[in-house]
Ligand binder design. Structure first.
Ligand SMILES: *[C@@H]1O[C@H](CO)[C@@H](O)[C@H](O)[C@H]1NC(C)=O
Ligand SMILES: *[C@@H]1O[C@H](CO)[C@@H](O)[C@H](O)[C@H]1NC(C)=O
Ligand SMILES: *[C@@H]1O[C@H](CO)[C@@H](O)[C@H](O)[C@H]1NC(C)=O
Ligand SMILES: *[C@@H]1O[C@H](CO)[C@@H](O)[C@H](O)[C@H]1NC(C)=O
Ligand SMILES: *[C@@H]1O[C@H](CO)[C@@H](O)[C@H](O)[C@H]1NC(C)=O
Length: 482
């Protein structure tokens, strides 16, 4: 039998809403080479004026929100509107010319839009990202932006006056998609929500638990044991602060400077589990297997050394590993657009402090990444250091409760929402694992991680994945009465 070489290349090999610190970028899109140039010409970049504060009638300030449009498939007499919602990242053209939503837009003779979330990418509502200005960065405002956007495109394009509207999101933008149907059911006919966390929670210790299970399933017990032993040893080293132990940590992990235990302890451990989080959450194809092969098969007896070698390999773009917490704070306090921490992370972490928390602590006993660090205090300290000391644990807890009150936590009262999750994805613990209502089914895809189902139907899909993609198409047909 001949091996068929796939003609796919990856346009942007980036992962969707990763862990906490790690790159918060668009989900990855796969593009057929020959397709690219011929269809890109259909994609237009446009801007729409939005109110800075939709909920204050006296606020007259406006700003320009960016969006992308592909009207290359729209039927003569109009067709359905597909809106792919941008999350905490800068939007790019890939999803307008490839992926399952693109394919459905084409098949149904519809029009596709991709909206950029306020405060991300080029959509800057204020002159900087000072804490004062970030008060306009809320999911409620972002949903109101979308509502206004939908009304606007229907008013300004006669062909779309009576079009049905399908909203699609991935990760946090999937959360938004689900809540869009909850808040504005008259504007949205149906929703596909891929990997949405919908339950806000202060201590998201489940993240590391699912991560443990996923490594066990894909990478095997031996790999997990090695990681577990490395973390045990590291916790021992920092408890027993002999200089030789701290020196070993500094050397093994190629730290930029000696570990300062009073300052950097929690941040150091967070960096380590976050590196694994990136792997598990972003898992595609054989990623976890390859990592585990590396961690277990090299001829090193020392567990810390074996694990640290892999961590350094993951961070090979960095000269050395920087775990200096004070430097992190000063980076995140920079309020200039485009500052290093500021392409999305200053904004995203603000949203977690203000609304969702989802702090990925390492304190569960039921996981393999140590059980002492980081604690919730680490994340609360960050909120306070980055944005002001009005953020305390009690306040953040109240913020989380307010979010769940408003949106219904695990039980939003919605219809016409298709929710999908990857079984390996740690975020699934904050998502729904059951149907939200009779016509709002949920599907958990075995052997897949975060936002892994957005690409076109492919021969590499499992049967279950293929079925899910066909199912969402059928559901959308029904919602649009096609
Ligand atoms: C808006 O301004 C009017 C007139 O000054 C005032 O009566 C009203 O309370 C204001 N509304 C809000 C939401 O501040
Ligand atoms: C940030 O922007 C606000 C206006 O939105 C302005 O008043 C403030 O001076 C700016 N801060 C800095 C440090 O530029
Ligand atoms: C540990 O986590 C796994 C799944 O991640 C779960 O099945 C098990 O019940 C948990 N055990 C405890 C003691 O919480
Ligand atoms: C460790 O960090 C603390 C708190 O930031 C600081 O006061 C101290 O000087 C640091 N120690 C060293 C050796 O750098
Ligand atoms: C903030 O970031 C900008 C852009 O990278 C940089 O030019 C500026 O020097 C930084 N400001 C501070 C105070 O570090």
């Amino acid at each position: 039998m001949m091996l068929i070489v796939k003609s796919f290349f990856i346009l942007t090999l980036i992962k969707c809403n990763v862990a906490f610190f790690s790159d918060h970028k668009e989900p990855e899109v796969e593009l057929k080479d020959d397709l690219k140039s011929s269809v890109l010409k259909n994609v237009k970049e446009k801007w729409i004026h939005q109110k800075l504060d939709h909920f204050d009638e006296n606020e007259s300030r406006v700003w320009k929100m960016r969006y992308l449009e592909n009207d290359g498939y729209l039927s003569e007499d109009g067709g359905p509107i597909f809106i792919y919602i941008g999350g905490e990242w800068k939007i790019t053209q890939g999803w307008l010319i490839s992926g399952h939503v693109h394919d459905m837009t084409k098949e149904f003779g519809g029009i596709m839009f991709y909206t950029e979330h306020r405060y991300y990418g080029k959509s800057h509502p204020t002159s900087n990202t000072s804490s004062d200005n970030l008060k306009y960065l809320t999911v409620q405002q972002a949903l109101a932006d979308l509502a206004n956007f939908i009304k606007y495109i229907k008013i300004t394009n006669p062909k779309l006056k009576n079009s049905g509207v399908i909203v699609i999101g991935a990760s946090y933008s999937a959360t938004m998609a689900t809540w869009m149907r909850l808040k504005y059911p008259d504007l949205v006919n149906g929703v596909w929500s891929s990997s949405a966390p919908i339950y806000a929670k202060l201590n998201f210790y489940e993240y590391n638990e699912v991560m443990t299970e996923s490594i066990r399933k894909i990478g095997g017990e031996k790999c997990l044991n090695r990681i577990e032993k490395a973390f045990e040893k590291l916790e021992e080293f920092v408890a027993n602060t002999e200089p030789k132990n701290l020196f070993k940590i500094e050397q093994d992990f190629n730290l930029c400077e000696p570990l300062n235990l009073t300052r950097d302890l929690q941040h150091f451990f967070y960096e380590l589990s976050d590196t694994v989080a990136n792997l598990v959450q972003g898992h595609r194809n054989y990623d976890i297997q390859l990592a585990c092969d590396y961690i277990t098969s090299n001829k090193i007896d020392d567990d810390v050394k074996a694990f640290s070698k892999w961590v350094i390999k993951q961070k090979r773009e960095e000269k050395c590993i920087d775990v200096n917490y004070d430097e992190l704070v000063s980076k995140f306090r920079n309020i200039t657009w485009g500052a290093k921490a500021n392409e999305q992370l200053r904004q995203w972490i603000y949203q977690t402090c203000d609304s969702f928390a989802w702090f990925q602590s390492g304190t569960s006993l039921n996981q393999s990444f140590g059980s002492k660090y980081p604690q919730i205090s680490y994340f609360v300290q960050m909120c306070s250091d980055f944005y002001g000391d009005h953020f305390t644990e009690r306040i953040i807890e109240q913020n989380v409760a307010r979010t769940n009150d408003e949106f219904g936590g695990f039980n939003p009262q919605v219809t016409n929402v298709y929710s999908t999750h990857g079984d390996l994805d740690p975020w699934k613990a904050m998502g729904t694992m059951k149907d939200l209502s009779k016509n709002s089914p949920t599907c958990v895809l075995q052997s897949y991680a975060h936002c892994a189902d957005l690409n076109s139907i492919s021969t590499r899909d499992t049967d279950e994945m293929k079925e899910s993609k066909i199912r969402v198409k059928e559901l959308i047909k029904g919602w649009l009465k096609l």
